[in-house]
Design a protein around this ligand. Sequence first.
Ligand code: 0RA
Length: 647
Amino acid sequence: MADKKSNYSANNIQALEGLEAVRKRPGMYIGSTDSKGLHHLVWEVVDNSIDEHLAGHASHIDMIIHEDNSITVVDNGRGIPTGMHDKLQKSALEVVMTVLHAGGKFDKDTYKVSGGLHGVGVSCVNALSSYLRAEVHREGEIFEQEYSQGKPQGDVKVIGKTDKRGTTITFKPDGEIFDSLVYNFDTLAARMRELSYLNKGLNLKLTDEREKEDDGSFKATSFYSEGGLKEFVTFVDESRTPLISTPIHVVGKEENVEVEVAMQYNTSFSENIYSFVNNINTREGGTHVSGFRRAVNRVFSKYAEDNGLFSKLKFKVSGEDFREGLTSVVSVKVPEPQFKGQTKGELGNQEVTGIVSRAVGEVLAAYLEENPKDARRIVDKVILAATARHAARKAREMVQRKNVLTGSGLPGKLSDCSSKDPGESEIFLVEGDSAGGTAKQGRDRGFQAILPLRGKILNVEKALEHKIYENEEIKNLFTALGVSIEDKDGERILNIEKLRYHKIVIMCDADVDGSHIVTLILTFFFRYMKPLIEQGFVYIAAPPLYMVRKGNTKVYAWNDEERQDIINNMGGPETSGIKTQRYKGLGEMNADQLWETTMNPEERILRQVTIEDVNESDRIFSMLMGDEVPPRRRFIETNAKYANIDI
Ligand code: 0RA
């Protein structure tokens, strides 16, 4: 990579705010001080390295997780400037590291990740680290400065000569700030994989010094993508069956906005859009996604009309139908992005809609003309989607009308609670009638309802939609919960205004079968009642695995460690004085025990189901519940305990 003579001068950096503010209110700057915030620190540093890549100056980024959970990020960019800052009479390096927002705008022509969503700068990371060391290779010399909680521990020192360029940042997150200090390899690796697809030609490497491989080397993984977004789409669709031979690829540029899109149709029923602005995942979409959808609707509608392909249909084809089974990655680079929405995960720049729509429309129209066979296959799929949606709507209306006719419509199997206040009411979805019976005896009927479900509920991932609404267990679920699906402008909307319980608790055996059933139920919620998960109404009960008994004393344990501790505390080892009972299922507990351990709000453990990453969850559900066996086996092998599905 050519080392362009940089036009940067140390004086371009403006001093803004002190770092005390960051330590006082870390949440304001990095979102939270939990594990999410902890990982955010890494991305703040990496974003700067990515900016160097976007500006054409860096080809390699290495990340190391050290044994003590400190992190090193190495890049071969230009290196943080080290010259004297006139106004502040300090090295620019010190200014970048200790002054909030100092790392900001230098050359406006380049797209900056760090000007986007994250953008609080590497000085924030410094403020929130008990220790940080910056090493810069620049203009033949190696510079170094160390800090503690953002405060320099000495001046910038020259510690040697070098023929390399780049920046190395090592930091240890401050235990006074963060609740959790342990980095997750998979979380870091997943984002680095994503970054490699988004930045083709960039080499990324992750090393974990906490873990050794069999040959004694540290656990490590590297990412590099030649094909960029096309490979991204192929990767996320690995467990789906493609409809066309290679993904459709769009590259365009207008008014300084760069557009890149890759899209692939598959035989599944869901739409998956991954969208990015300056490499940042925009989970709530925005103007770039609107532009993409607009182009897909427009181009396919016109193509189908022009060729008379919709002429026999007795109903309208909706936007949703055009996107069923469509996986796409929409990535734009915008010089000055505006982010909106609750989590600032939505692009607001209006001009981007038209730019993306034009770029995608042009390529897509040409593609359909040039590939008539693929075009036909896609249109057939769209017609199928429209037909299925029509049938599903009819089935749904039948079920919902029947409920109106039969009065309250509550299922006979439901043992409802007396309270009518959803805010205090809970419903337990229990596997099987026998466990259902125990739960019914054990519950507090004032606010706890029980709905037994037949063993394995329908795998909605494989069933046709109208079959789903005709399924007895699923009908019961809809009516018991008081929610319904309605059509609005051809899109399905879940109406939860009449939701009857604000805690929906899935209660299954703590074994492989039980977790399979939990997964089936979660798949259903994820596909058809996602807002209930998003709003935090869905939980998983955690029944104990063991009861340790000594005389009349009974203590429950939720894992092997706890069990051993209890045995030790009772003066262990296990004898006929001290005995462990392994609960294989809920059915082995009597009503009192079930109440005491799993249902009583004072004692129980409930795990709230959250969606951290919609797309990743989608991928995992299709894999776990779909047809392809090898990816599922791989997933289960790597996540096995029994697989704890962490969505
Ligand atoms: C300020 C200005 C320039 C680069 C950087 C900061 C920079 C920061 C980080 C953080 C990690 N790696 C980094 N690489 C560069 C522009 C420098 C120039 O124009 O020479």
